[in-house]
Design a protein around this ligand. Sequence first.
Ligand code: PGA
Length: 251
Amino acid sequence: MRKNIVAGNWKMNLNRNEGIKLVEDVLNLLSSNSTSEVVFSPSFVHLYKVNKMCKSIEGVSSSAQNCSASEKGTFTGEVSAEMIKSLGVEYVILGHSERRENFMETNNELKQKVDISLKNGLKVIFCCGESLSQRKNEVHFDCIKNQIEESLFHLNETEFENIIIAYEPIWAIGTGVTASTDQAQEMHQFIRDLISEKYNNEISENTSILYGGSCKPSNAKELFSQKDIDGGLIGGASLNAQDFAQIINSF
Ligand code: PGA
């Protein structure tokens, strides 16, 4: 059975003390009835500490926001999948639209990052999402299909079990505009069908597909009630303990 997951993507926000306080506050606010796994994704410099804080708590874990496409070597400033894994971290977010747009990450580079992450025992939260013009031109399904096919569909069935998909329409990220529940559910179902066609029904039913893009306390419950939405990748609202906890407790 697939898991419900709510992951907080801090992006390049919060200093060490702010990060520690946020994790403490969120953990204090979690409802014991929530059925969701919680993932904190701080910047690399906080990852060791944050991972230590959540490691012993069931259903709570940490994630990196990126990793290098290379194993090791002369790549000043980069962080390898092996380094991340060596901290005991469980997840890595790959293919966020900010990385695709600002750092020119291509589907092919992401494929390499996916491979190296899985090889090192990390689970991948793989982001995909269309731009506003792609949606307006009605090529959004093609865009998502392309991103998933080119970066993930070379994986075998066992490897694919370690993939979580995050559908994040670019026009909804940080804009306050959320995809409607119908738009989100429609795309999530499309993604699940794609996986089923490529692999099989069981794998597709077991894959968690998260929604991201202006998800907040006021819309989380409705989004998460859709049959193919298994949680969220939360940006802005994950920086506020009350908001993030409320989103998690929406399950
Ligand atoms: P947002 O960001 O929740 O601030 O829209 C989501 C994301 O970028 O993962």
